[in-house]
Ligand binder design. Structure first.
Ligand SMILES: C[S@@+](CC[C@H](N)C(=O)[O-])C[C@H]1O[C@@H](n2cnc3c(N)ncnc32)[C@H](O)[C@@H]1O
Length: 204
């Protein structure tokens, strides 16, 4: 098997790292990454946060590729990847201070996006953060012609995928106990949304 490679990761890693540095604090101990893809982001980011155990995750089929990146990089705080299918699986039974996910909401079906946000609400404690990178629509409009084309491409492959509406995501995050603390403009018409969990209320 050849080691998987994403050129987009190569391009967006540095700007995303800047956002992570501004939102991960020294007392954070564990980060869960959802939809790690190739594993490049984990390998690029984890060394900047040596106090943090970084847990990559993805659908089972992608774990061998992630493991190839990890084996080569030998980063002490980077944990073995976890098989996690959002919509089917809960997060690992550990306390996470940060959940990070890039370019996943437009791939997952909306019902799985909602399930992801619900799980965030159940599992993150007050002050923990959810950091979500990717393209979004605002007020029903794409932020660029290239994002509109990308949405069309996505829907041709899978009609239930597609660029999500910021307002839909934001409404669901608020419903699940979060406040939006940042909405960063990123290169190539992407955004990074940073949410903070408000006071934890035990769900029945
Ligand atoms: C476009 S890739 C992004 C990968 C990486 N985060 C990046 O930014 O390069 C989307 C990733 O989401 C994963 N994914 C899709 N549906 C998922 C689900 N239901 N649960 C967990 N991961 C999922 C895919 O396997 C894929 O690795």
């Amino acid at each position: 098997m050849e080691k998987p490679y994403s050129s987009a990761c190569e391009r967006n890693s540095e700007p995303i790292l800047e956002v992570l540095k501004a939102n991960i604090i020294s007392s954070d101990r564990r980060l869960l990454e959802i939809g790690s893809g190739t594993g490049q982001h984990a390998v690029y980011f984890a060394p900047s946060f040596p106090q943090l155990e970084w847990f990559p995750s993805d659908l089972g089929a992608n774990l061998p590729g992630i493991k190839m990146w990890l084996k080569e990089a030998k980063i002490p705080n980077l944990q073995q990847p976890v098989s996690l299918d959002v919509g089917k699986d809960d997060f690992p039974k550990l306390k996470f201070d940060v959940v990070y996910s890039a370019n996943t909401l437009h791939i997952m079906h909306w019902k799985d996006c909602k399930s992801f946000m619900k799980t965030l609400g159940h599992r993150l404690r007050e002050g923990s953060r959810a950091i979500i990178y990717g393209p979004f629509k605002y007020n029903g409009e794409f932020t660029s012609a290239s994002n509109a084309d990308f949405d069309e491409e996505l829907k041709k492959r899978d009609p239930l995928s597609g660029i999500r509406s910021f307002e839909d995501v934001n409404t669901n995050m608020i419903k699940n106990g979060f406040e939006l603390v940042h909405d960063y403009e990123m290169p190539a018409n992407n955004r990074t949304l940073v949410y903070r969990r408000l006071k934890f209320v035990k769900h029945k």
